[in-house]
Unconditional design. Structure first.
Lengths: 682, 113, 193
């Protein structure tokens, strides 16, 4: 396991010097390492998932019985609003971010992202935003206007509840927007030599598309939230009918963001599944090019369907026809992807590890959700279905059955990469089956109760809907109990495997992409030597090649890293130990000037203390406290915007400004004062 | 200071700004922008009738292109930057035009609220 | 990370690429406010409408902002040629013009409030103030960045062979100018009737 030590001092240290310590708690506070940041996102998500789940218990407990009086309408409204906000903005999106953070540099063969401190800033901003949103509990002002915050209702509810909504989402939006700039720059500009666009893993493609969606959708909701904030707290008249304000303006702006938002949630999971399935089918992904173009198409068309959330609002017949059509169109690239996943498995040597099970679950559950989605594209159908539980069923099938299944698949798949250990396979299978059963038990019946007329967002289940609807609701509530048990199984698997899981080795799945070339757990520098890429599925090509007789055979250890020459017929070399082209040879040293993880002689026989050979000088980004320090400014700024306090707003803005300057000014730990002549006037 | 990207990695050849405008040329461009601004300003005094709006939009577009092309260097830089700008601009124009059309189908204050 | 540019996939500096990516998103941000403004052109709740604008005054301040783009680009040009004295001069000129613009807006807003156009008065007023106000905030941030650049070119943090830093701030500045080119026409000049 890599350990870290502080470097010998090359200049006198003061309070304002760049930190160099990487261990312990301080190491996390000041980290700019994409891997640590990804891990922090992950654990934050687990905590928020718990709270989002608690909100769902409140909902399901209330709806388990008709005409229930367990909670009043106010509490119920808060419960479903907080549930939606949490699951979307504090679970699915940041879980996607966790994967972006950990994997993007590794899969493109880079050592970190383009802007490591901005990366840390994104995480801390997300955390502060989520905490800000939840702090509304202490003010007894939990958002209660639905996650979609329809104005003018959301602007007229007494209290500051929707101010917390507007400001909290604004803050997490800033986190995602800065991350999008970071990841787009990283993917475009920091790929390893030879990694052309059409050699990138599909996960990278989906990440690139998702981050472009974030880049262009988030500013729209940012503008809308400022308008909402204005109306709720400062008295502006953007959405007030009394002065001529138009509620439809909110709806357009919200859904212009809100629809790309759902593709933002699903595309990373699609990317993950596109990595998992080929590995566990021992076949390349079927139709790589189609997958890429379908993803791009989904991204573009995804911006063109937003008013299908508004078919029953005042958009007019032309609008309905247009958006009905675009909504049908988007099913095509989505369907292409489904077929390609199925064809990937077809004829392959399939291994049903938990990761694979969850991916198969993704494909099937997402398809069901997609089918109910297509019914929404048909405008007269939608007029009947809207605001019923049919819609709730649909989006949970695509978001839970889709996005969450896919993301969990990724957790099982990459857990060994992050920790060097395996999640227990038996517990994993128990997790899968209880998750699948619990999920279908919870959300399956909602199709039926929706068609029978159960309205959404309604605290009291009307008895007049009949005993069938009551039965379906009871089944849903029972399903949540099963899901809770399933989550506990997963949690216990996670914790016990972290403590005492079986060692995985570097490449436990015999996988295809670059991240598996490097040791597991991943070394601090990611790759001791950046690989040169000559093909798609580069790692697989290095391990295996087709010999003259057409049979695929493993390439013997030590074969050319660049060409992966096939073994002669009859060679029986195994892949064990060959996969890691990144084992540290003795003569590659790592400098002491910059704080670095040092590879101990235990695992790779490297020589950690050799003085730096200039040619092998690996410069890693220094840690920094400034991202965290800057983010603290969101506290006064946020409360100032929520409570109309100009003083707090000014204080927060000033803090952020000071933070920005501290950030710009801090020196590099090496003491070369950020000297960076522009070699190319690019 | 000119340099080119390595062959193995670069997807786009770096176009060096061998046509980087001189300060004199920059001033000429600024003068053109000033003249166009004066023309825009003149519409306040001179009634161009139905031509007013198209004229203003055209002038605005020309100014946009000149600032983006010369001052922001898009004319001379690698096309990636131009593509990024066009993606954002094009997306914004398309989406907001569609939203504006949809919004104006039912103008505010028609009693539908 | 500012890796040597030759080592990047596209042969460009990360920071410049990052700035362009960010600017692409800003079109979406301002577009939303412009859309709201266009919707509410005539929704004045009995209060003042676009007649309240002082076109002569605004044209002058628009001209100032436009010329600040010239001084910005001259500053960058000076930096490229290593002439830090000139660079500082032009940066200061740019910042000053930006301040004049923002000051002019502050004065204009105060005048409007006194004449009965308040942000809380009508959808038209809210849309106007928030759109132009956010633009003004962007200019202010730009001025702060420029003053920072000016000051660090003294201390050696910004060196004579690092024109990229000036270029990137320039990109932001020109973008803010472009947005005003659009706002000036769409809000102030076009006779929407």
């Amino acid at each position: 396991m890599a350990t870290t030590t502080a470097p010998p001092q090359t200049k006198s240290r003061s309070l304002l010097s760049r930190p160099t310590a990487l261990d312990g708690f301080k190491g996390y506070l000041a980290t700019t390492d994409h891997k640590k940041i990804g891990i922090m996102y992950f654990w934050s998500v687990l905590v928020f998932f718990f709270f989002g789940g608690v909100a769902s218990w409140v909902i399901r407990a209330q709806l388990a019985v008709a005409e229930n009086t367990l909670v009043n309408e106010e509490i119920y409204n808060q419960a479903f609003t907080l549930h939606g906000l949490t699951m979307i903005f504090l679970v699915v999106m940041p879980l996607g971010a966790a994967f972006f953070n950990y994997l993007i540099p590794l899969q493109i063969g880079a050592r970190d992202v383009a802007f490591p401190r901005l990366n840390a800033f994104s995480f801390w901003t997300f955390l502060f935003g989520g905490l800000f949103l939840y702090s509304s509990l202490f003010f007894q002002a939990v958002p209660n206007g639905g996650w979609f915050g329809y104005a003018p209702l959301s602007t007229q509810i007494p209290g500051n509840n929707m101010a917390f909504y507007a400001v909290g989402l604004q803050i997490v939006g800033i986190a995602s927007l800065s991350a999008a700039v970071n990841f787009i720059t990283t993917i475009l500009n920091m790929r390893a030599p030879g990694m052309e666009f059409m050699r990138m893993p599909v996960f990278i493609w989906m990440s690139l598309i998702t981050n472009f969606l974030l880049l262009f959708a988030l500013p729209i909701i940012a503008a809308a939230l400022f308008m909402l904030n204005g109306d709720v707290v400062f008295g502006t008249q953007f959405f007030q009918p009394a002065t001529g304000g138009d509620p439809i303006l909110w709806q357009h702006l919200f859904w212009l963001f809100g629809h790309p938002e759902v593709y933002i949630m699903i595309l990373p999971a699609m990317g993950i599944v596109s990595e998992v399935m080929p590995t566990f089918s021992r076949k390349p992904l079927f139709g790589y090019t189609a997958m890429v173009f379908a993803g791009v198409a989904i991204g573009f068309i995804g911006f063109g369907v937003w008013a299908h959330h508004m078919f029953t609002s005042a958009v007019g017949p032309i609008g309905r026809v247009a958006f009905g059509m675009t909504t049908m169109f988007i099913a095509v690239p989505t369907g292409i992807k489904i077929f390609n996943w199925v064809f990937t498995m077809w004829g392959g040597k399939v291994r049903f590890t938990p990761a694979m099970l969850f991916s198969v679950g993704f494909v099937s559950m997402f398809t069901i959700g997609g089918l109910s989605g297509v019914t929404h594209a048909i405008v007269p159908h939608d007029a009947q279905q809207t605001d019923t539980y049919w819609v709730v069923a649909h989006f949970h099938y695509v978001l839970f059955g889709g996005a969450l299944f896919g993301l969990v698949s990724g957790i099982y798949y990459w857990f060994p990469k992050v920790t060097g250990k395996l999640l227990d396979e038996t517990l994993g299978k128990w997790h899968f089956w209880t998750w699948l059963i619990g999920f279908n038990l919870t959300f399956g019946p909602m199709h039926m109760s929706g068609l029978l007329g159960q309205p959404r967002r309604t605290a009291v289940l009307p008895a007049e809907l009949g005993p069938d609807v009551v039965l379906y609701n009871r089944l849903s509530t029972a399903g949540v109990a099963v899901l809770t048990i399933s989550a506990l199984i997963f949690l216990s698997n996670l914790i016990t495997s972290l403590r005492s899981g079986e060692a995985s080795g570097d490449d436990p799945w015999d996988a295809r992409t670059l991240e598996w070339m490097t040791p597991s757990p991943t070394p601090y520098v990611n790759f001791h030597e950046i690989p040169t890429v000559t093909a798609r599925d580069e790692f697989w090509e290095r391990k295996y090649a087709e010999a003259e007789d057409g049979v695929v055979r493993p390439v013997p250890a030590g074969a050319s890293q660049d060409h992966g020459d096939p073994a002669p017929v009859g060679d029986t070399a195994t892949v064990e130990g060959t996969g890691n082209a990144n084992a540290v040879p003795d003569d590659i040293a790592v400098t002491e000037d910059v704080a670095l993880a040092k590879v101990t002689s235990d695992d790779h026989g490297g020589n950690p203390d050799a003085a730096g050979d200039a040619e092998h000088h690996i410069h890693m980004p220094d840690p920094s406290y400034w991202p965290l320090i800057s983010c603290v400014g969101f506290i006064p700024l946020g409360y100032g915007l929520a409570f109309a306090s100009p003083t707090l707003i000014a204080l927060g803005a000033l803090w952020l400004l000071i933070g920005m300057f501290g950030w710009i000014l801090e020196p590099v730990a090496e003491g070369d004062d950020d000297y960076d002549p522009d070699v190319v006037h690019a | 200071m000119a340099d080119t990207a390595t062959e193995a990695t670069s997807d786009v050849a770096v176009e060096n700004d061998h046509h980087e405008p001189t300060p004199r040329e920059y001033v000429q461009i600024a003068a053109a922008l000033a003249v166009m601004t004066a023309m825009e300003f003149s519409t306040y005094f001179i009634d161009f009738g139905l031509l007013s709006t198209p004229l203003l939009l055209v002038l605005m577009a020309i100014k946009f292109v000149m600032i983006a092309g010369f001052f922001m260097h898009l004319k001379f830089d690698t096309r990636v930057f131009r593509q990024l700008m066009l993606l954002g601009l094009g997306g914004a124009l398309t989406l907001y035009l569609a939203a504006t059309l949809a919004l104006h189908e039912f103008p505010a204050g028609t009693g539908l609220g | 990370m500012s890796a040597a540019v030759e080592e990047t996939s596209m042969g460009i500096d990360n920071r410049k690429l990052g700035m362009w990516v960010f600017l692409g998103s800003e079109f979406m941000f301002f577009g939303a406010f412009i859309t709201a403004y266009l919707l509410y052109l005539n929704t004045t709740a009995g209060g003042p409408d676009g007649e309240i604008f002082d076109i002569v005054y605004t044209s002058i301040s628009s001209f100032v902002l436009l010329m600040s783009s010239l001084t910005m680009v001259l500053a960058h040009n000076a930096h490229v040629h290593g002439d830090m004295r000139r660079m500082r001069l032009w940066i200061l000129a740019t910042a000053l013009q930006g301040l004049v613009f923002v000051g002019g807006q502050a004065y204009e807003f105060t005048k409007f409030v006194n004449e009965g156009l308040v942000p809380t008065g009508s959808p038209f007023a809210s849309a106007f103030f928030v759109l132009t106000g956010f633009h003004g905030v962007h200019v202010t941030v730009g001025v702060i960045l420029l003053l920072g650049l000016w000051s660090y070119s003294h201390t050696g943090k910004v060196k004579s062979d690092q024109p990229l830093k000036t270029e990137i701030i320039g990109l932001y500045w020109h973008f803010v100018d472009i947005i005003w080119v659009i706002i000036f026409v769409v809000v102030y000049l076009i006779p929407w009737g």
